[in-house]
Write a protein that binds this ligand. Structure first.
Ligand code: MN
Length: 254
């Protein structure tokens, strides 16, 4: 049985919503992820993690469905996604993203859905996703919504194993070891390991300048080296994230 809303007829969807299914809504971006990963990396990973979580939730007695991802996200920030200068990075104004999240939550509520998990994979979306959730709840206070970044469930022991020389931090992980490993696990045909750039990690000041200065971001768009990425690391990180999301939903989204 599919857990992807896009792959089921409305009749099956309605039956599952009526029986109390949770809906996971992946939030992503269309954003450069270096020369070795596709522009859809964020929404592809959010969807893949959500689909695994839905399968595991069903196995633990809580039916779950994954709505089609919101594939576009808020504007890429230089220090966490390389910024807006790269061709292919295709972003929304904040008001647009807030409106999209609010509208989809309102529609899910209209269908009878009362429990939603917003699975974010693009740091820049965070506050605007929250705003969309808040606006939807203002109209529909019965909605209960969990909002999360999937990578936060990665266990410290996993980070120690994946980064024996020290973890560079989630923002600098853009298109680096974690995302490359996860893509090798979920979508290996979309990764070109021969194209991995050799640039050093970005060194950002603690302030932002608008417009973004030339030369601030590594030219290939990878914010710290992706060398050492492999599918086994991706599988381990994914397992942590999927299990963590499932546990959170079972514990806190009653
Ligand atoms: Mn991103």
């Amino acid at each position: 049985m599919s857990h992807l809303m896009a792959e089921m007829p409305w009749t099956q969807y309605r039956r599952r919503i009526d029986a109390g299914a949770v809906v996971l809504l992946p939030l992503g971006s269309v954003e450069q992820h270096g020369p070795h990963l596709p522009l859809g990396t964020d929404h592809l990973l959010a969807t893949a993690v959500s689909a695994d979580a839905a399968r595991m939730l069903a196995g633990r007695g809580r039916d779950a469905m994954v709505a089609p991802a919101l594939a576009y996200g808020y504007k890429s920030q230089p220090h966490m996604g390389g910024g807006q200068a790269f061709p292919g990075t295709t972003s929304l104004d904040a008001m647009t993203l807030i409106g999209q999240v609010r509208d989809i939550l309102r529609e899910l509520h209209r269908h009878g859905c009362r429990r939603i998990v917003v699975v974010n994979s693009h740091c820049e979306n965070q506050a605007f996703a929250w705003e969309g959730i808040d606006l939807a709840r203002r109209e529909h206070p019965q909605l209960r919504v969990m909002r999360l970044e999937y990578w936060d469930f990665t266990a410290p022991s996993t980070l120690d194993a994946v980064f024996p020389d020290g973890f560079p931090g989630w923002a600098l992980e853009h298109a680096a070891v974690v995302e490359t490993s996860l893509m090798l696990h979920y979508h290996p045909a979309l990764v070109d390991m021969a194209a991995l750039p050799d640039e050093p990690a970005a060194a950002f000041p603690v302030w932002d300048l608008c417009p973004q200065p030339d030369g601030l971001v590594p030219s290939q768009g990878v914010l710290s080296p992706a060398r050492g990425a492999d599918a086994a690391k991706g599988a381990r990180i994914a397992a942590d994230c999927v299990a963590g999301i499932v546990d959170a939903v079972l514990r806190d989204l009653r």
